[in-house]
Every structure is written in C-alpha cells, then in structure tokens.
Design a protein around this ligand. Sequence first.
Ligand SMILES: CC(C)(COP(=O)(O)OP(=O)(O)OC[C@H]1O[C@@H](n2cnc3c(N)ncnc32)[C@H](O)[C@@H]1OP(=O)(O)O)[C@@H](O)C(=O)NCCC(=O)NCCS
Length: 167
Amino acid sequence: MITVPLDKNRHDRNVFDCEVETLNSYIKVMASQQSKKDNTRTFVLEDDTHPERIIGYYTLTMTPINLDTLPIKLRKKHHNVSAGGLIARLAVDKRYKKQGYGEWLLIDSLRKLLFASETVAFPLVIVDAKRGSVEFYEKFGFIPFQGIPNKLFITMADIRMSLTDVL
Ligand SMILES: CC(C)(COP(=O)(O)OP(=O)(O)OC[C@H]1O[C@@H](n2cnc3c(N)ncnc32)[C@H](O)[C@@H]1OP(=O)(O)O)[C@@H](O)C(=O)NCCC(=O)NCCS
C-alpha cells in the first residue's frame, strides 16, 4: 500500500464519506486548491482494485507552537522553537473503517513528517483530533495539550524511536 498526492482527475472525491461532514467537504472542495497554493498537502490511500476510490486521506502542514501549553521539560528543551508539523486532517471512508487503515495512514503520515524534519527541523507533531478520536491518537503515543481540548502532540524523538522498526 502507498499513499499518493490527491489528484482530482484520478480520485473520486465526491463519494468519500468518513461520517464527519467537515472532513468530507475538505477533500471534496478545499484539499486540491490548498495544495496548489502550497498551504497544505493531502495524500490519499487508493483502493488497489479501484484506484479511483479513496480509502482514506491525511493532510499535512505546519502550525505555530504555543510553548506555554507544553510540559516544562519540553518548554525548556524547545524554548526558541516556533513551529511544529501538523496532521490537520486524517479520515477513513466508512466502508473501510475498522480494518487497520486509520493506523496505517497515521504511521505513514508520521513517516513523511519524520523525513521532512530531517531537512527542516521541527521537534513536535501536533494533531487536531475531531470529537471521538482523541483516544485513537492517544493509543499511538500522542499526549493531550493541557487546557486545549482535542489537540495532542508527539515529539519527533518519540516518532523516530517508534518508527525505527518500520522504516
Ligand atoms: C478515527 C479513524 C481515522 C480510525 O480509522 P480506522 O481505520 O477505523 O481505525 P483502525 O482500524 O486503523 O484502528 C486502529 C486502532 O485504533 C482503534 N480506534 C479506531 N478508531 C478509534 C476511536 N475513534 N477511538 C479510539 N480508538 C479507535 C481501533 O479499535 C484499533 O485498535 P486495536 O488495534 O486495538 O484493535 C476513523 O474512524 C475516521 O475516519 N473517523 C472520522 C474522522 C476522524 O475522526 N478523524 C480523526 C481526526 S481528524
């Protein structure tokens, strides 16, 4: 399985349904435009037998880090850092849920961010978890920000350590 950049001429965005309307409309309306403007990048996992079908997607970009929301140890370690990688969206179509694709997409997105950070360093990856998916990210080592609901982070050091086996 590989993810490829969203291609509006190849991928049938209109039938994608992850049961969260904002994530459905993002891939239908915004993702391609935002990539063209170099604001975000969206990658999709195609169904091997029907490549036009989108199993799931994720969107990556950068985001400011508010150091005050980090644990003191990390605040000191990264005191002059201002930005981290952001998994802005991640979703699996309802026909493909509960088959491991969400986990696969999350690992794939972290691998891409790890590679990117080897060139342009950043110490954290942040995720905006939609309602009901916080536990999904916690399961993979993400830590909730203090006082900010549905926002979690993981350090690049932890990503590097946990991906060593799969890289
Ligand atoms: C959250 C989501 C991406 C999970 O995708 P999925 O393909 O069904 O998940 P997987 O099959 O890979 O599940 C991997 C593991 O996470 C667990 N898991 C899946 N969704 C979960 C959730 N919402 N909360 C807690 N755990 C969850 C699974 O039980 C599984 O655990 P196991 O390995 O112990 O069995 C998918 O349900 C989705 O697209 N939801 C709507 C959009 C959304 O909320 N996106 C995330 C925020 S942007």
